[in-house]
Design a protein around this ligand. Structure first.
Ligand SMILES: [Zn+2]
Length: 415
């Protein structure tokens, strides 16, 4: 009897070793990705910048909501603001009959109340400004497109402050020329110059270099990343992959290779992953965001919720709905996850890079369990584990470690 058990055990161990060897690269990356000891929630909000004065009021209300909800450490909820630093000067463009591009900076007095609301929220710890871009588009590409797209020409020459959200998606990718599709690469020297310039303007506006950048539509090239890095930007927000162009139908094209939290690019920029969504105007309710926190914290990952200005700056009913959902989300998050931590993305990236003992799990038993749970979430790994039979030893180890863990303090909040 003993001999049969020994044969089965050896066979299972052998399968696990072969499986592990074949999948070693992915398994190693899942192991190295920092494992968090607490649920972490960050609402990442893009596209703020020059706008109508009503945006200032919206920001003040958002700041009040964020300030009302605190984690167990007493830290208020934080919303990152992906900042745009300029918009078209439509009056000047009209005067030039649409032949020349002119921009107006967020530092102009007409946007003073918006900037004041952002700075105040930053000082109170509820807003964390991040670099989104000087503009959301590449100005030359926009001017080219305006020659044969009447809607783009009208956008550039309209009364009032244009909203980048109204532009065709391909033109909203700042770091490619999307005026014709498939998109074209931009001259690298111009890209480097523009990336350095936007970080400098951010510093002039906010008094400090941006620590975090969010590439518009998640399209960026090596040249942009190198220029940001040279200018002192240390963290890059990704959707868990990278895009570098658009195909003939405007669809984003990327390497397809996944990116994990805490990994670094060739220039040393730290990547963080933002792949959950909280766009109330598109029907995303607080419940969906809570499910995301549950899922992410179960595998030791932070929850970065992507949202945009349009939810909060649209028609009155849409704006009120988004503010209400934000309030509900924060209140429910604190109730349901008492150990939740609110922080800014820059702080999270710093804690991950330092392997901060307070936040990042170091103990072997919970680390192995998280690693197995992460692996089980990947469809390809799960399928191969079933086919090879490695699923059985993996499951046995997971359950055994769960028993050991349950004898000590629970790692995360109950569901
Ligand atoms: Zn954007």
């Amino acid at each position: 009897m003993t001999i049969y058990l020994l044969i089965v055990a050896t066979w299972l161990a052998g399968l696990a070793v072969v499986f592990g060897y074949l999948q070693r690269r992915t398994l190693r990356r899942l192991w190295r990705e920092p494992m968090l000891r607490f649920p972490v929630l960050i609402i990442e909000s893009d596209d703020w910048g020059p706008g109508p004065p009503a945006d200032a009021d919206t920001l003040l209300r958002l700041a009040q909501i964020l300030g009302r909800h605190r984690d167990a450490r007493g830290r208020s909820a934080t919303m990152t603001l992906g900042m745009l630093l300029a918009v078209p000067d439509t009056e000047k463009i009209r005067q030039a009959d649409g032949r020349h591009y002119h921009a107006v900076s967020i530092s102009e007095p007409q946007f003073g109340t918006i900037l004041a609301a952002i700075r105040r929220g930053r000082d109170e710890g509820v807003f964390s400004p991040q670099l989104h871009g000087m503009e959301h588009y590449w100005p030359e590409a926009l001017m080219k497109a305006s020659c044969d797209q009447e809607s783009v020409r009208a956008w550039l020459m309209q009364d009032g402050v244009p909203r980048n959200e109204d532009l065709p998606a391909a033109l909203q990718s700042r770091w490619i020329d999307g005026s014709t599709l498939p998109s074209h690469a931009l001259p690298e020297n111009q890209v480097a110059e523009a990336a350095a310039r936007e970080t400098e303007v951010f510093r002039q506006v906010f008094g400090t270099e941006p620590s975090v950048v969010v590439p518009p539509t998640f399209v960026w090239t090596d040249a942009v990343e190198a220029a940001w890095s040279r200018s002192g930007v240390g963290v890059l927000v990704t959707p868990g992959t990278r895009y570098f162009s658009r195909d003939v139908s405007g669809k984003l094209v990327g390497e397809g290779e996944p990116l994990y939290n805490g990994e670094t690019g060739v220039n040393g920029m730290v990547y963080v992953v933002r792949d959950d969504y909280f766009e109330p105007a598109l029907g995303h309710r607080a419940g969906r965001a809570l499910a995301a926190i549950q899922g992410k914290s179960g595998v030791g990952r932070p929850t970065l919720l992507e949202t945009h200005r349009f939810n909060f700056a649209g028609p009155a009913a849409q704006k009120e709905g988004a503010l209400h959902e934000t309030e509900l989300l924060l209140r429910s998050a604190v109730e349901r996850f008492p150990s939740i931590r609110f922080m800014a993305t820059a702080e999270l990236a710093g804690a991950m890079a330092r392997a901060d003992l307070d936040l990042v799990e170091q103990s072997l038993v919970p680390r192995i369990r998280i690693w197995l749970a992460r692996s089980a979430q990947m469809p390809r790994l799960r399928k191969l584990a079933w086919l090879s039979g490695a699923i059985l030893p993996a499951w046995l180890v997971y359950r055994a470690l769960g028993l050991i863990e349950s004898m000590s303090a629970p790692r995360t909040d109950p569901a």
